[in-house]
Design a protein around this ligand. Structure first.
Ligand code: URA
Length: 248
């Protein structure tokens, strides 16, 4: 069922099973009764809807906590915290470093110059921004856009880890050294880490999530060479291929 229908159902607090049944019946009607759904389709759809609702609620709870967070000094300096945004069913989770001035002003991730460039990368992958999830290692802007300090990262990281666990994406794209090194607990440079899949673990007994490290869009803007853009595109092609999506 389309996400818009799920939201409509949740907003009106109607019986989600009824909505799913009506949706399937309508599909059958317009397809002349030849809709290729198996005997368990409705049950599976209902479970998927319930899962999506749980993820939406979980993400909203984390966002509330982030907006009230004062675990580090950045909490009293921010205009807005930037919890992250995107699809609860995202197959790709993009992770950046932390909010800049535009993100601090709006409370949304990647809306400034680097964000516009990220939008282009996502569009080049033939994806919509609303289909992926976008978050950061730290959720509040460091003054003057300085690098996040280790204590700030340590305090903030659990929010991102919980978001990743909830969404359980198939691929994480870590953009830039702070994101890649933090998530992989590595001291290697972004040049060494990028271009290959790594494994990100959310817990013992849970399968690892594939993680692709790549250059940060802001780095690409500062070092705007064909070679650098080509490298990021090579990394994104590997992501598409991993997901079985067409490579434009
Ligand atoms: N740079 C980041 O790393 N994150 C943002 O949200 C914006 C710019």
């Amino acid at each position: 069922m389309e996400l818009s229908l799920q939201f409509a159902a949740m907003a009106k607090d109607v019986n989600i099973n009824k909505v799913v049944r009506q949706h399937i019946e309508m599909n059958e009607f317009f397809a002349g009764g030849f809709v290729p759904i198996g005997p368990n389709a409705m049950q599976e759809q209902t479970e998927a809807n319930e899962h999506t609702r749980d993820v939406i609620n979980g993400l909203a709870a984390i966002a509330d906590e982030v907006r009230q967070c004062h675990k580090c000094g950045l909490g009293s300096l921010r205009t807005n915290a930037v919890p992250g945004e995107g699809s609860p069913n995202a197959r790709i989770f993009f992770v950046g470093e932390g909010p800049g001035a535009d993100e601090d002003a709006t409370g949304r991730p990647f809306v400034g110059r680097a964000g516009k460039f990220l939008d282009k990368i996502i569009a080049a992958m033939r994806l919509k921004r609303s289909e992926v999830y976008i978050g950061n290692i730290i959720k509040c802007r460091p003054p003057g856009n300085r690098d996040p300090r280790p204590d700030e990262i340590i305090n903030c990281l659990p929010y991102l880890q919980r978001q990743i666990e909830l969404i359980n994406p198939e691929v994480i794209v870590a953009m830039g050294a702070p994101a890649a090194k933090t998530l992989l607990n590595s001291t290697k440079s972004i040049g060494q880490l990028r271009g290959q899949f790594h494994e990100y673990y959310t817990g013992i007994g849970r399968p690892p999530i594939k993680l692709m490290a790549t250059y940060h869009p802001a780095y690409l803007l500062r070092n705007y060479s064909k070679e650098n853009r080509q490298k990021v595109w090579e990394d994104m092609k590997k992501v598409l291929s991993e997901l079985g999506l067409p490579i434009p």
